[in-house]
Design a protein around this ligand. Sequence first.
Ligand code: NAP
Length: 244
Amino acid sequence: MRSIIVTGGSRGIGSAISATLAKAGYAIVINYNNSAEKAFELCKEIQEQGGKAIAIQGDVSKTADIKKIFEQAYKNFGTPYALINNAGIALQNSLIQDISDKQLEAVISTNLIGAIKCSREATRYMVSEHCGRIINISSIWGEVGASCEVVYSASKAGIIGLTKALAKELAPSGITVNCIAPGVINTDMISCYTQEDIEVLRNETPLGRIGTPNDIASAVEFLISDKSSFITAQVLGVNGGFGI
Ligand code: NAP
């Protein structure tokens, strides 16, 4: 059974990805940082439905934690087939001049450096297998930029650069690297928006709704599958047409 590590698998998009991939027959490593209860609940649900999952605590901005996640994943399920770099935090509604060093460093070290370090650790296990997938969760803001979300946008643009460069580096090893750039998705991350803000975003989305975590999970399921074996270095916008 192929195993997949989902960073930030405890809530929101990561939780939907974990549940969807478990149903598709993969063993899931649900990484969480603070939301232990949610991660173990999801793990139990997957196991009760006959799937395989474990929950592992770890902060993706810390190298030692990343090593621990991969060691425990390997002990339980062997070499991972895929890594989903999903863990992320946002810094919304902040003008650049008001952002502290601490806030800036937290976003970059979680969203971008965390994804780079997790990818580095994953390749140490995966390269000798000559197959596998890395999928990075970027954002539409990484493609077009968002006012008052400068650091977040920069971190997500970096994810796109990471995807393209790593795809070239890992292609000879048979590993594909792709990126999903979600539009506005209904999770805790957008809870800072007012109902009016959400309505504006919905109206700006040609398909007339904001997205769900399952919209992203379905795209991940395709990119993980053998049906996507000739696709690498791509940025797939899952955004209802938002931003076009
Ligand atoms: P969310 O509901 O706020 O969930 C964030 C997840 O990331 C949680 O599982 C959280 O784990 C985990 N996480 C945060 N910091 C972490 C760290 N240092 N180490 C390990 N895990 C960490 O957000 P979401 O909307 O599902 O976002 C998931 C991804 O999609 C993010 O990369 C985000 O930037 C991206 N995205 C979201 C949207 C959107 O509109 N929602 C749009 C574009 C892109 P704990 O709770 O366990 O700490």
